[in-house]
Design a protein. Structure first.
Length: 187
């Protein structure tokens, strides 16, 4: 709870600093208008300058928000999701190699990267991976389930022993429950 409050307060502080940086000319123009109004009665032109400055700052803020949330954030999330798929596919290869050598799959995690084990599995930074051996009742053989999430991403990638990669639906209860479980296990 304290960690979430601290994290939220840091985010609010960063956004407040961005607000002050972007709207600094407007703040200065309105301050200049208020001071000029106290000193002399002829400050009508300064109000117009302050409003125009505020309008220009609002347009710049809109442009910066549009740029950040439409170009930078989705690209970063896509990179994080690609990192998840790579990590899960590497886990599949390592598990198959271990199964060929020892006749069983090994359990792993949940672990948070950067992590590397003695079998050659490498987990990238801020990726949480869990590998669980399970018994496949239909085929009558041992297999495994691997799940991975990124701490700063919103995706969930799972893979079964047959090699099929499954992306978790962001709105489903099972995906959100598994994502929460993985993230809470490595705090």
């Amino acid at each position: 709870m304290l960690r979430e409050v601290l994290f939220t307060s840091v985010i609010v502080l960063v956004y407040a600093c961005f607000f002050i940086i972007v709207f600094a000319p407007s703040i200065y123009a309105f301050w200049f208008y208020i001071v000029a109004r106290k000193i002399s009665k002829r400050s009508r032109g300064l109000l117009r300058v302050a409003i125009i400055t505020l309008s220009l700052n609002a347009v710049i803020a809109y442009f910066l928000c549009h740029l950040a949330f439409n170009y930078f954030v989705p690209a970063r999330l896509a990179d994080n999701d690609a990192m998840l798929e790579k990590t899960v596919r590497d886990a599949l290869v390592i598990q198959e190699r271990f199964f060929a050598a020892h006749g069983r799959y090994y359990a792993l995690g949940p672990v948070r990267g950067p992590y590397q084990d003695e079998n050659g599995l490498s987990v990238d930074k801020d990726v949480v991976l869990e590998v669980v051996p399970v018994w496949d009742r239909i085929r009558g053989r041992e297999t495994f389930l691997a799940s991975a999430v990124h701490v700063w991403g919103n995706g969930l990638v799972m893979i079964r022993g047959d090699g099929k990669v499954v992306r978790g639906e962001p709105g489903s209860d099972d995906s959100s429950r598994l994502r929460r479980k993985l993230l809470n296990s490595v705090k």
